[in-house]
Unconditional design. Structure first.
Length: 233
């Protein structure tokens, strides 16, 4: 997790506003990880181990944070949900590890009631004075994946590398290719002369080239012919 900190997108809204559905669908259309926080917190409350109040809540947050850090080892963008309760304190803790991006999710109270079966407590999220990255209205019917992709694209789309970085990358790539090419050329040039020399070197016990035999036999042949002529004369 060195260098650029991973991004943590927090969907903030009342119960029934559709945070979980939005988060899971975002993971289907963007290269992000949606991590459901609520099951971890429910497990923490179900097994208090003698803890109560703030101590129990702190342990629950630490469990969530530990799991998010593990997820950040594999994902550069993580999406979670929150109803807004205790969020200011949590934001301060999250910001020590992540680049926090709060997103407000809204839905009419009647829609929240129909979805969750409980009266929505919108006060906790509505009263938050945060620097919202965006506000997403989520009435019925639920938005399609294409609509979610269009709405969240400016926030979640991968950033293209700058021209300077791309030119630097291409330059380094060209340098790498040049080094590889020169290395191959040097290797070829150093081995070729050896191969040529070996092909012309006679091996032990082998016959000499035919051209050399002609040069040795032709003088002997002419000498014999001269002796025959001397005899006849």
């Amino acid at each position: 997790m060195s260098g650029v900190r991973p991004r943590l997108v927090i969907l903030v809204g009342p119960k029934g506003s559709g945070k979980t559905t939005v988060g899971s669908r975002l993971a289907e259309v963007f290269p992000v990880c949606f991590f459901a926080v609520e099951p971890v917190l429910q497990e923490n409350i179900a097994h208090p181990d003698g803890l109560t109040g703030e101590a129990l809540a702190t342990r629950g947050f630490q469990r969530v944070l530990t799991k998010l850090v593990d997820q950040a080892k594999l994902n550069s963008v993580i999406v979670i949900e929150s109803n807004g309760k205790g969020l200011p304190t949590e934001l301060d803790r999250y910001s020590r590890v992540f680049q926090v991006i709060p997103v407000r999710v809204r839905a009419p109270p009647s829609v929240c009631l129909a979805r969750s079966g409980q009266k929505a407590d919108a006060s906790s999220s509505a009263e938050l004075n945060l620097d919202w990255a965006m506000t997403f209205d989520n009435p019925d019917p639920m938005p399609t994946r294409a609509q979610l992709q269009e709405a969240f694209a400016p926030l979640l789309s991968a950033k293209k590398p700058s021209s300077s970085s791309s030119s630097s990358s291409s330059s380094s790539s060209a340098t790498s290719e040049s080094k590889t090419h020169s290395t191959l050329t040097l290797s070829t040039e150093s081995t070729a002369p050896i191969a040529v020399i070996r092909t012309h070197e006679p091996t032990t016990g082998s016959r000499e080239p035919r051209s050399c035999l002609k040069q040795k036999t032709e003088p002997r042949r002419s000498l014999l012919m001269d002796r025959k002529r001397m005899i006849y004369l």
